[in-house]
Design a protein around this ligand. Structure first.
Ligand code: NAD
Ligand code: TYD
Length: 342
């Protein structure tokens, strides 16, 4: 493997992954292919532009001609697909783009991989495809019971990967990661939204009672898991990736406020997300057997992340004053405040 096409590499996890590949493998070329939607940001890979082994191409994964000509022109050996519409709340408001990218786009990449004989493809998926987990942890064999338009579209992409492997012998692997956080995450997700709101002394809109549980994983742990599967995973297999840090939302929110030395009175409990999944939890035994384990504690990861947002105000202030402001007004403006934290 010499040339890796990182689709969605101008987003949060993909940009961290592209950087990690260039640093770790001095012989690799990394080609970021990204549509630059609202979540894609050229700033995320700006520091890589001087590297002669890095290239950025603007393109849509659902555009078969562009995907195929890019693969041919640059002799792509492997595709790692991060490109997706990723925010559950947006999928409730406007699901069309989720189906287009997360289903049709994945099909387009699989078809190009098959037709052009790309050596391997890794599709980055999510633990949300298992649906809400009331007890225990999801293994890779568990039923897919997605409950939001986002998770249903991701599950559809996973099933297409399986079908291409079974039917055509396509060398494709799937990873299912848990809630990821760290530098360069678009400030619509819980952690970056609440860190940046707190830095601006704005309210933190907690859905429902805040007792929902997520497994939090630092982005470099997630990228390391994907790297291992890309190199050592087996074709047709699925691998869960998780941080081993299950916490109720309120625990993480209090930790952020404490790190920033901000008062709990910033917390507003607001009307819940429809169909809100109570808990996610993944069993990561299969990936651990390949030699992976998470290195970052939640405490260290949160400190690092909070520091990054503190020192990179320009990055997120620019985002929050653009398209985001409109989104925020639409998503949160009508949301009834149920209680205020004292
Ligand atoms: P993100 O929203 O930060 O970035 C997504 C990127 O994909 C953006 O750069 C965007 O421009 C690009 N993109 C969107 N549609 C595209 C298209 N049609 N063609 C080409 N590029 C397109 O997302 P993220 O948080 O970095 O997530 C990356 C992947 O990891 C996604 O597949 C997501 O489902 C998965 N994942 C994310 C998390 C998480 O907590 N963030 C957890 C598990 C899995
Ligand atoms: P999010 O970051 O959207 O990730 P996901 O829903 O894909 O797990 O949300 C994480 C948790 O935080 C989830 O339980 C919903 C909750 N949440 C809030 O309470 N308020 C918010 O404004 C957001 C964005 C999320």
């Amino acid at each position: 493997m010499k040339t890796i096409m990182v689709t969605g590499g101008a987003g949060f996890i993909g940009s961290n992954f592209a950087r990690m590949m260039l640093e770790k493998y001095p012989e690799y070329h990394v080609l970021v292919y990204d549509k630059l939607t609202y979540a894609g940001n050229p700033e995320n890979v700006r520091d890589l532009n001087d590297n002669p082994r890095f290239l950025f191409i603007a393109g849509d994964i659902a555009d078969a001609d562009k995907v195929e000509s890019t693969i041919q022109e640059f002799g792509v050996d492997a595709i790692v697909n991060f490109a997706a519409e990723t925010h559950v709340d947006r999928s409730i408001m406007d699901p069309g783009s989720f189906i287009q990218t997360n289903v049709f786009g994945v099909y387009t990449l699989l078809e190009a991989t098959r037709k052009l004989g790309v050596e391997r493809m890794l599709h980055v998926s999510t633990d949300e495809v298992y649906g809400a987990v009331h007890e225990g942890s999801s293994t890779e064999e568990d039923r897919l019971e997605p409950r939001s338009p986002y998770s249903a579209s991701k599950a559809s992409g996973d099933l297409l990967c399986r079908a291409y492997h079974v039917t055509h012998g396509t060398h494709v692997m799937v990873t299912r990661g848990s809630n990821t956080y760290g530098p360069r995450q678009y400030p619509e997700k819980l952690l970056p939204l609440f860190i940046t709101n707190a830095l601006e002394d704005k309210h933190l809109p907690v859905y429902g009672d805040g007792k929902y549980v997520r497994d939090w994983m630092y982005v470099l742990d997630h990228c390391a898991g994907i790297d291992l599967v890309l190199h050592n995973g087996q074709a047709g297999e699925i691998y869960n990736v998780g941080g081993g840090n299950e916490r109720e939302n309120m625990t993480v929110i209090y930790a952020i406020l404490d790190l920033l030395d901000k008062p709990r009175t910033l917390i507003h409990y607001v009307k819940d997300r429809p169909g809100h999944d109570l808990r996610y939890s993944v069993d990561t035994t299969k990936l651990e057997k390949l030699g992976w384990s998470p290195r970052w504690s939640l405490e260290d990861g949160l400190r690092e992340t909070v520091d990054w947002y503190k020192h990179n105000r320009e990055w997120w202030e620019k985002i929050k004053s653009g398209e985001f402001a409109e989104y925020y007004a639409k998503m949160y403006g009508q949301r009834e405040v149920l209680a205020k934290h004292s």
